[in-house]
Design a protein around this ligand. Structure first.
Ligand SMILES: NC(=O)c1ccc[n+]([C@@H]2O[C@H](COP(=O)([O-])OP(=O)(O)OC[C@H]3O[C@@H](n4cnc5c(N)ncnc54)[C@H](O)[C@@H]3O)[C@@H](O)[C@H]2O)c1
Length: 249
C-alpha cells in the first residue's frame, strides 16, 4: 500500500486490515506510517516511490508476511502552477523541475510499484478463480477535467488512467486485475488543517453535484476494496466524486 500513512491510503489500510489483510504501509512519512501499522497489526516500510530499491524492499517485506496479492497505489502529491507567466519571460514559465517531480512521483512511481509488485504476484499460486493478484491505482478527476494550474498534476493522473488498460492487458496472462479510482474532492490532509482550510473545504463542497460536500476517505476506500475483491472488475477507471465536473478554476 503506497501512500498508506495518510488520507485515502490510510482509510484503505484500515478497511483492508479489518477484512483480515496483512498490510504493508509503504510511505515517506515514517511517524504516521509506523503508528498506523501498529494500530492495524501491519508493517511499515519506508518508501519513496521515486526510489526503486525502496519499493523492492517493501515488496520483499510483504512477501515475508505471506503471498503478495494486492497492491494499492495512493502515494501522490499535488501542484498548482500555470504553464506560462504574465511577463512574457521564459523564466516565468512553469518550473520544469516541478513538472518532472509530479510526474516522477504520481506517474513513474505508480508504474514502478506496479511492475515490481506484479512480478512478485506472478509467482503466486493462482486461486481457484485463476486470480493471482489485484492492483488499484489512485488517479483523480483532474485526469479528465484538469483546472487552471493543473498541467503537471493532470498529466500525471492522465498517465495513470492511460496505463490502466494496457497494464491490465499485460497482466491478464498472470491472472492479475488492474483498476483505477478517480477521486473527486476528498477531505484529507492534502487541503491542510485549521480554520482557514475548513472554510476553503466547505466552499469547495458547494460545487459538488450531490451531496454538496467533500468526500470522506472511507467512501473512496470502500470503492478500492470493491475493486480488490470483485473478481469481474478489470481494466476500469471509476470516478468517485459526487458527480462533480471540475470547472476551469
Ligand atoms: N484528496 C483529494 O481530494 C484527492 C483527489 C483526487 C486524487 N487524489 C489522489 O489520492 C491519493 C491520496 O491522496 P490523499 O488526499 O490521501 O493525500 P495525503 O497527502 O493525505 O496522502 C498522500 C500520502 O502519500 C505519501 N507520499 C507522498 N509522496 C510520496 C513518495 N514520493 N513516496 C511515498 N509516499 C509518498 C505521503 O507521505 C502521504 O502519506 C494521491 O495520489 C492524490 O493525488 C486525492
Amino acid at each position: 500500500m503506497t501512500g498508506g500513512a495518510s488520507g485515502i491510503g490510510a482509510a484503505v489500510v484500515r478497511q483492508l486490515a479489518a477484512k483480515g489483510a496483512k498490510v504493508v504501509i509503504a510511505d515517506l512519512n515514517a511517524d504516521k506510517g509506523a503508528e498506523l501499522a501498529k494500530e492495524v497489526g501491519g508493517e511499515f516500510v519506508p518508501v519513496d516511490v521515486t526510489d526503486t530499491s525502496s519499493i523492492e524492499a517493501a515488496v520483499n517485506a510483504a512477501g515475508e508476511l505471506g503471498p503478495l496479492r494486492v497492491l494499492v497505489n495512493s502515494a501522490g502529491i499535488g501542484s498548482a502552477q500555470r504553464t506560462i507567466g504574465r511577463d512574457g519571460e521564459f523564466a516565468s514559465a512553469h518550473n520544469l523541475d516541478v513538472y518532472k517531480k509530479v510526474i516522477a512521483i504520481n506517474l513513474v512511481g505508480t508504474f514502478d510499484a506496479i511492475r515490481l509488485a506484479a512480478t512478485a504476484m506472478s509467482r503466486n499460486e493462482a486461486a481457484a478463480s485463476g486470480e493471482k493478484g489485484a492492483i488499484v491505482n489512485m488517479a483523480s478527476v483532474a485526469a479528465f477535467d484538469g483546472q487552471i494550474g493543473q498541467a503537471a498534476y493532470s498529466s500525471s493522473k492522465g498517465g495513470v488512467v492511460g496505463m490502466t488498460l494496457p497494464v491490465a492487458r499485460d497482466l491478464a496472462a498472470a491472472g492479475i486485475r488492474v483498476n483505477t479510482v478517480a477521486p473527486g474532492l476528498i477531505d484529507t490532509p492534502i487541503y491542510g488543517e485549521g480554520e482557514a482550510s475548513e472554510a476553503f473545504k466547505a466552499k469547495l463542497g458547494e460545487s459538488v453535484l450531490f451531496p454538496h460536500r467533500l468526500g470522506e476517505p472511507d467512501e473512496l476506500a470502500s470503492m478500492v476494496v470493491e475493486l480488490v475483491t470483485n473478481s469481474y472488475m478489470n481494466a476500469e477507471v471509476v470516478r468517485v466524486d459526487g458527480g462533480i465536473r471540475m470547472p476551469p478554476k
